[in-house]
Design a protein around this ligand. Structure first.
Ligand code: TYD
Ligand code: MG
Length: 457
């Protein structure tokens, strides 16, 4: 039977099919199917020519794994990388256009002067990159620039110039003539990335790849791209905000969910060493609907302001609009508030916002969100010196959370006088924590916590 000349691939999950459809039946996304040439025939497995690699004993391998990390000179970037760049590793950096991907990568050059850095741009000319480097005051002796999109030529350049670090800006612009599809399609992205990985792993080169993200916020290209690299970093938030958050989505060499915070000014990205101050800066105390959450992002404690606005709706169906937090979580909290505590939001629009563009995923944010809604609904401001954290269950109970002591320390460090936590987290606290100049209140239910906050339905 004749083999089909084309096949259809989902740009989101990489699933293939022989027929076009408007929806991918694997990941259920609409409009993500693209045509690509069918893969060549696979031949039955046959033994490979040449000597087989020797196997190693686990104890020997462990001894050789102790690689020295390469510092990027930016603590915030080192943190999201798990302590710096690993030799021969591949890092994918995603983010919206204009958020600062190219700027951040170029800033790496400032601190890695002991190593040859090759910046390959498919988006800008070398003179544009040079202009930017001048603005960022980067001396260019050890930085090699090239504007190229042809993968085969890029591999030739790598072989000729032997860099230690390579930056690809961006993977979507690269193209290899071995496939008929145009640049940016799934096949091209996947093939270019795997060819670069082969080349850089063999030569012990650090590969940094910039990737665009789609409208829905995912890295463009199949999920396989994320599986291929060692670390995936993503810029969070909007490009019109002054500060930028980079989050570790995946890391083979360190913790995930770690965040790095930067501020964009006229001289590039500057590190923000105390992000809590940024996320609670500019808050106005005494306003109903505002609560401060003692959050944990990766390995770091942060104080973040959660704001809720509850107002009578003018629509037949009341709106629930959330920024920085999952709307399903809000629906659950609204139901718990109404059913268990009598805080009804029927006929009321509820708007929730996490200040500073941060995205909250941890369940420990429940208590701050619920108290912000209750405070907004009651039109009673919470005490400005109070922070809280706790997961809320469907029966209105407050469940234990992770890293209670780190949250307490951060609240005390920033001068807050009270912290409300799950009761479980306040048992067996270390004496050093008890001595901190703030009142630690443990609550087993949302009802108790709201009473402590002087809120009632
Ligand atoms: P850029 O790194 O080009 O973004 P990306 O590669 O993610 O598309 O950043 C571009 C934005 O950053 C642009 O809006 C200008 C701004 N910017 C500054 O504010 N200060 C600077 O020093 C630089 C280099 C850029
Ligand atoms: Mg760019």
């Amino acid at each position: 039977m004749a083999k089909p000349a084309v096949r259809y691939v989902c740009t989101h999950c990489g699933a293939t099919s022989l027929k076009y459809s408007g929806k991918c039946f694997t990941c259920n996304n609409w409009g993500t199917i693209e045509e690509e040439p069918a893969a060549c025939d696979s031949s039955p497995l046959s033994p490979t020519a040449g000597p087989l690699p020797s196997v190693e004993c686990l104890s020997e391998t462990a001894a050789s794994v102790d690689h020295e990390r390469i510092s990027t000179g930016m603590q915030e970037l080192d943190r999201v990388l798990g302590g710096g760049l690993m030799p021969a590793s591949a890092v994918l950096l995603g983010g919206e256009p204009g958020i600062g991907k190219s700027t951040l990568m170029l800033q790496l050059a400032r601190h890695t002067s002991a190593r040859r850095l090759l910046y390959i741009s498919g988006e800008e000319s070398t003179s544009q990159i040079r202009d930017r480097a001048r603005r960022l005051s980067i001396r260019s002796d050890h930085v090699l620039l090239v504007s190229e999109v042809d993968l085969n030529k890029i591999i030739g350049i790598i072989e000729r110039d032997k860099p230690d670090i390579i930056i690809i800006d961006s993977i979507q612009t690269l193209h290899t003539g071995d496939f008929r599809s145009s640049a940016g399609t799934v096949t091209q992205i996947r093939e270019c990335c795997s060819a670069l990985l082969r080349e850089t792993k063999q030569r012990n080169i650090v590969l940094l790849v910039i990737g665009h993200i789609t409208k829905s916020g995912n890295l463009a290209g199949p999920k396989t791209l994320e599986h291929m690299v060692d670390t995936v970093l993503q810029f969070e938030g909007e490009s019109f905000q002054r500060h930028r958050i980079i989050r570790t989505m995946k890391n083979r060499f360190g913790p995930t969910n770690e965040i790095g915070v930067f501020r964009m000014d006229e001289h590039g990205l500057k590190e923000v060493t105390n992000p809590s101050e940024l996320f609670i800066a500019g808050r106005t105390s005494g306003v109903p609907g505002n609560a401060i959450l003692a959050a944990i992002e990766g390995t770091r404690a942060l104080l973040v302001e959660v704001q809720a606005l509850v107002s009578k709706t003018n629509f037949p169906v009341a709106q629930r609009i959330c920024t920085g937090i999952d709307s399903k979580r809000i629906s659950i909290l609204l139901a718990v508030l109404e059913k268990r505590l009598g805080f009804g939001t029927w006929g009321q629009d509820v708007f929730i916002k996490v200040a500073g563009g941060l995205k909250l995923a941890e369940p420990a944010s429940d208590l701050a969100v619920a108290s912000a809604i209750a405070s907004g609904l009651n039109n009673t401001a919470l005490s400005p010196g109070m922070v809280c954290a706790g997961e809320i269950g469907l029966s209105g109970e407050i469940r234990a959370i992770s890293n209670g002591e780190r949250r307490i320390r951060e609240a005390a460090h920033l001068g807050f006088d009270t912290i409300i936590l799950p009761k479980e987290n306040t048992r067996e606290l270390k004496p050093a924590i008890r001595k901190l100049p703030l009142k630690i209140i443990g609550c087993s239910s949302l009802q108790k916590a709201l009473e402590e906050m002087k809120l009632s339905a």
